[in-house]
Ligand binder design. Sequence first.
Ligand code: TXA
Ligand code: MG
Length: 351
Amino acid sequence: MPSLISANNWIRISRFRAPNKIDVILSSSPENIAHAAKSLRSGGIVAFPTETVYGLGANALDAQAVAEIFRIKRRPATDPLIIHLADPREIELVADLSNPAVRRRLQQLNRFWPGPLSVVLPKKTAVPDAVTAGLPSVAVRIPRHPVALALIKASGVPVAAPSANPFSYISPTTAQHVVDNLGEQVSIVLDGGPCEIGLESTVISLTSEVPEILRPGAITLESISKALDTRVMRSLGTVAQGAAPGPGMLREHYSPHTKVELWDRSSRAPSGRVGFVSINGSQHDRASLERYEAFRALSADGDLEEAASKLFSTLRELDRMGLDLIVVDTCNREGLGAAIMDRLTRASARS
Ligand code: TXA
Ligand code: MG
């Protein structure tokens, strides 16, 4: 009997699978954006590009559509979603801005929008509990990716969207990543090319006296503190699963299936098939890396923006190689380095 993976069979299998897998990715033409917007308005789910990562969107005011997002992602109902809007003036539709101090701070953060910043504010009752996991607050963000903005505008509804990955896996930074993970369950994936930033938005809460960064991102603590002209707290971060208000605060998140370890100059050389991800290629002597099955430099010279933009796609690539271990480099937790190290620490937290 011929082997199932003989060349002929393989071609037949991939031909059989191809139409399903590829048909869902739509170019971001005005017609396709209009089609996707119509789907959102009528309760459908649409995956779309943002400057951070790809999102899985639904009408935030439609509790049933929102429930579908949780089902597709296998996301616990205790993890709240971010509402995406096209204009900061729309925030008042979903958030309660009656507190003048909150309103003033929000005004001071306006300079970062449209962009990779999500702000947690007291919520309005119009927002279904499903979106906020029953919390009295709601996270809002105005993304700057032109396709995201065009889609939200054309839909005419606030768009609740988590990252378009199965719960606790690495966020997608291309349309193909979305299809690789959720292909059978999402009927529209708008393609906007690779995400420029590559890490999820900064999440800051304005619900208490001292503003608190719940998730570090491309808008840094330093720049937020400057804009607000006040001290900003860094969230304690690593909370064990079950005790956190959201996935950004779970210790084990953003993990590839392959075990990940942070590189430590002093530790023994790992055995088995190991991949190495360097943040600054120039800091690693190639000869000493020969024992690694794969070596990837996120940046040749330690440019953190470049490194952030390649991090998730590189982890996905190595995760497909069936390695025993992925070792990742570390960097200083300053500026964008805080966001990179946050994701790497969580990716390596699985025991
Ligand atoms: O860049 C991004 O933010 C992407 C794109 C698609 O916009 N979205 C994203 O969503 O990363 P998600 O669901 O994967 O992460 C949402 C984060 C979680 O860490 C969650 O805890 C936090 O936002 N969050 C949302 N609503 C919250 C709330 N009311 N209070 C505290 N944290 C909240
Ligand atoms: Mg996510």
